[in-house]
Write a protein that binds this ligand. Structure first.
Ligand SMILES: Nc1ncnc2c1ncn2[C@@H]1O[C@H](COP(=O)(O)OP(=O)(O)OP(=O)(O)O)[C@@H](O)[C@H]1O
Ligand SMILES: [Mg+2]
Length: 372
């Protein structure tokens, strides 16, 4: 969908972008990642012709962007500017509607679209539409920035550090919201950040840049597991095995969990799961709510009485949901000192379990060196 061919951008003798070639597939979030000054924003601006390259071509759906009329480029490409960049003397509603207005949409259509976008980003149009940018919090302003870029429903979205100007917590909320919205809208996105955690959260593919060049272009999983050289290795940090876990949902390694009702014969149940190679047996009550677990080895060895054998647990503290990441599951295990945690559905009913051993298998895929 988007193709950069041999793109170079020079400022006098200085080369800001150095012979970059890159393809971004339809519906993919491609993250340009790298330290400050490596050429990310420059590359982004070349895609929508805010900057002209010194050399090379950009194709969108096979057509050179030089041959697009400016109006068509506006309709095809939404742009979220680094540091938000809302127009201070326009209301929030007018800011969102600016591209549709430039495209000559009718007033009614613009206001309907604006209202839709407010809903999409989770802000009340009645309350926010007539406010001015300086009356917004950082997180709200960044949401408006995204809404404005989406206004004319462009198939392509360019986002330059869209969540850069807020605190880490708000940033994480905005990233999660973005991932959710993107799942629905399936835009082709080029997303610039210098924040690795952010890249890991939102990217389908990461383009890691250094001094105007592409160093590695791959999925976050592969970059974290197999950094190409020392620069990548150092950039992603020593805890890359852990960071990588956040790319794997619990559902990937969830397995069937052995379950018994507290009113059943616990000893018999323990014997049977022990034979199947499980050590821990989950105990539920009559309403199928999780009460705790039984260590079957201990029960079989000691033949303890029923009252003693169930380790009772507050489910909310140890259970995970299938859409949680393996990183979250691991922190639950470490915090509670247990090697297997239950996976529950939205009604807190157990639907499976995951084990520390299976999480370790994922971390073991991480190479210890880079190939140079
Ligand atoms: N108009 C300009 N004239 C001269 N040099 C420029 C100009 N614009 C950018 N540069 C230089 O080009 C390089 C790349 O800039 P760019 O804005 O693409 O970096 P970036 O990767 O987006 O960095 P950041 O993370 O800080 O936003 C920088 O070294 C910058 O100083
Ligand atoms: Mg930049």
């Amino acid at each position: 969908m988007i193709k950069l061919i041999d793109i170079t951008k020079k400022y006098g003798e200085f080369t800001a972008v150095d012979d970059i070639s890159l393809k971004v597939k339809q519906g993919e979030v491609c993250v340009l990642l790298g330290p400050s000054g490596c050429g990310k924003s420059t590359t982004l601006k070349i895609i929508n012709r805010m900057l002209e390259p010194s050399n090379g071509n950009v194709l969108i759906e096979g057509k050179n962007v030089r041959d697009f009329k400016p109006e068509l480029l506006r309709r095809k490409i939404g742009y979220v500017i680094q540091y938000v960049g809302l127009f201070p003397h326009m209301t929030v509603g007018e800011n969102i509607g600016i591209v549709p207005k430039l495209l000559g949409w009718e007033k009614v259509k613009i206001s309907r679209r604006t209202e839709q976008l407010f809903t999409l980003i989770g802000l009340d149009p009645g309350f926010y539409s007539n406010k001015y940018p300086h009356e917004l919090s950082g997180g709200e302003a960044q949401r408006i920035g995204v809404a404005r870029a989406l206004a004319a429903d462009p198939p392509i979205l360019l986002m330059d550090e869209p969540f850069g100007a807020v605190d880490p917590l708000t940033r994480e909320i905005l990233q999660t919201e973005f991932v959710k919205i993107q799942k629905e809208l399936k835009k082709t996105v080029v997303f610039v950040t210098h924040d690795l955690e952010e890249a890991i959260r939102v990217a389908v593919r990461i383009v890691l840049m250094q001094k105007g060049r592409i160093v590695q272009h791959d999925t976050p999983e592969n970059i974290l597991a197999h950094p190409k050289n020392k620069f990548v290795h150092d950039f992603i940090g020593a805890d890359r095995a852990l960071k990588r876990l956040s790319r794997f949902p619990v559902s990937n390694i969830m397995r069937e969990a052995p379950v018994v009702k507290s009113s059943d014969d616990l000893f018999k149940a323990a014997k049977s799961v022990d034979k199947r190679g499980f050590r821990f047996l989950w105990v539920i009550d009559e309403n199928e709510e999780l009460l705790g677990w039984i260590d079957t080895t201990r029960l079989i060895r000691n033949k303890e009485k029923k009252e003693d054998v169930i380790t009772r647990i507050p489910v909310s503290r140890i259970a995970v949901r299938s859409d949680f990441t393996c990183k979250t599951a691991l922190s639950r295990m470490l915090a509670e000192g247990i090697k297997v945690v239950p996976v529950v559905d939205e009604n807190q009913k157990i639907i499976g379990e995951i084990s520390l051993a299976d999480i370790e298998k994922i971390t073991e895929e991480v190479a210890h060196t880079w190939q140079e």
